[in-house]
Design a protein around this ligand. Structure first.
Ligand SMILES: NC(=O)c1ccc[n+]([C@@H]2O[C@H](COP(=O)([O-])OP(=O)(O)OC[C@H]3O[C@@H](n4cnc5c(N)ncnc54)[C@H](O)[C@@H]3O)[C@@H](O)[C@H]2O)c1
Ligand SMILES: CC(C)[C@H](C(=O)O)[C@@H](O)C(=O)O
Ligand SMILES: [Mg+2]
Length: 352
């Protein structure tokens, strides 16, 4: 007896609707004919929606979203120069509000250099690591303010919040994931030589949790040095655990070295399953290429694979990943770039 999974779909802004259309095609195809079904409900949210309605994320919408089994998210946000929308409004009051309200404490961002993908690195080696980015704390929580705003005496703060509870649960998740991987290695990335209070909490937590996982090795890198190794020796990484802001920055870099941000998937995961998890590409709304069918939908499609895994549909998840790998290989033989739709169609045809 199969299940029916209720999936909320939030296409969002810019290339969001374009890449989500392809991801939905793949999701429908891979579940069609299987005993597990998906029932999709679309929600209009984002910068365009705010311009039309003045709404960011109304409470009723949040409550409705909570009733779903998972959320498939595209991207939100305006072009940096768009003065009609206050900078950060949609990111904070819609996207981060969702991640915080649904307690998405594990922001899982895998990076893999697929065969046939060209890395900008001269000697990329084998790249296959995951970043376990803390998703609900750090400098993202909005604990700050500005006094004497606009004067030469302005003081602006953005306080990074790190709780023992929040750090421990994400560090535990990283070690648990590492213990199931071949190399079984965790790298803590922080900056405890300067950010001593938060840094030492992270460090002590890693040491304590590591003692429960004797089979998992671990090391530490300051975030500045981590960016060096991400470029010179990325194959050293297996599982990186880090705070919300460092994880944001490192995962864009990780995308760049593995062939581009258009391939980077992510899951905002509530491991306790008290609320639905949300799956989305790492990239944003890319206003520079929006509406032109230039966006690579692979990140959104691989986010569907992460979602299927989370829902317990691992056979379907592997099917999607294998079709993506084959499509990436077949791209190399083409002289023209595939459009967003063509990539989605090619992946669907490889699922058949
Ligand atoms: N999760 C999200 O919704 C999310 C994530 C990041 C940024 N944003 C928002 O998106 C807007 C634009 O941000 P940005 O320009 O800093 O980052 P971005 O990720 O949207 O774009 C950065 C660069 O990558 C390219 N790119 C992104 N996705 C691509 C894809 N699928 N295929 C090919 N190229 C791709 C873009 O064309 C651009 O040159 C901002 O409003 C930002 O706040 C939202
Ligand atoms: C848009 C922004 C809030 C977001 C983040 O910083 O987490 C984005 O950059 C991401 O990586 O998903
Ligand atoms: Mg980011």
């Amino acid at each position: 007896m199969g299940n029916v999974f209720e999936i909320a779909v939030i296409p969002g802004d810019g290339i969001g609707p374009e890449v989500v259309a392809e991801a939905v095609k793949v999701l429908n195809f891979v579940t069609n004919g299987s005993e597990n079904k998906v029932n999709l409900t679309e929600y209009k949210l984002g910068a365009e929606h705010w311009l039309q309605t003045g709404e960011t994320l109304p409470d009723e919408t949040l409550e409705a979203l909570k009733k779903h089994d998972a959320i498939l998210f595209g991207a939100v946000g305006a072009a940096p120069g768009d003065t009609r929308i206050p900078s950060g409004l949609i990111e904070r009051e819609m996207l981060l509000k969702l991640r915080f309200s649904l307690d998405h404490y594990v922001n899982l961002r895998p990076s893999k250099l697929y065969p046939g993908i060209e890395s900008p690195l001269a000697n990329p080696g084998e790249i296959d690591f995951i970043v376990v980015r803390e998703g609900t704390e750090g400098p993202y929580v909005g604990n700050g303010g500005s006094v004497r705003t606009g004067t030469e005496h302005e003081i602006a703060t953005e306080v990074s919040i790190n709780t023992a509870y929040g750090v421990e649960r994400v560090v535990r998740d990283a070690f648990a994931r590492a213990s199931k991987r071949e190399r079984k290695h965790v790298t803590l990335v922080h900056k405890h030589n300067v950010l001593v209070h938060a840094g030492h909490l992270w460090r002590r937590t890693v040491e304590a949790v590591a003692s429960e996982y004797p089979e998992v090795t671990h090391d530490y890198l300051h975030v500045d040095a981590a960016t060096i190794f991400m470029t010179t020796d990325p194959s050293r990484f297996d599982v990186i655990v880090t705070d919300n802001l460092f994880g944001d920055i490192l995962t864009d870099q990780a995308g760049a070295i593995t062939g581009g941000i258009g391939l980077s998937a992510s899951g905002n995961i509530n491991m306790d399953r008290t609320y639905p998890s949300m799956f989305e590409p790492v990239h944003g709304s890319a206003p520079d290429i929006a509406g032109q069918q230039k966006a690579d939908p692979t990140a959104a499609i691989l986010s569907v694979a992460l979602m299927l895994d989370h829902l317990g549909l691992s056979a379907e998840a592997r099917t999607v990943e294998q079709a993506v790998e084959k499509e990436i290989t077949s791209r190399q033989e083409l002289t023209d770039h595939r459009t967003t739709r063509e990539i989605g169609d090619a992946i669907v045809s490889l699922l058949a």
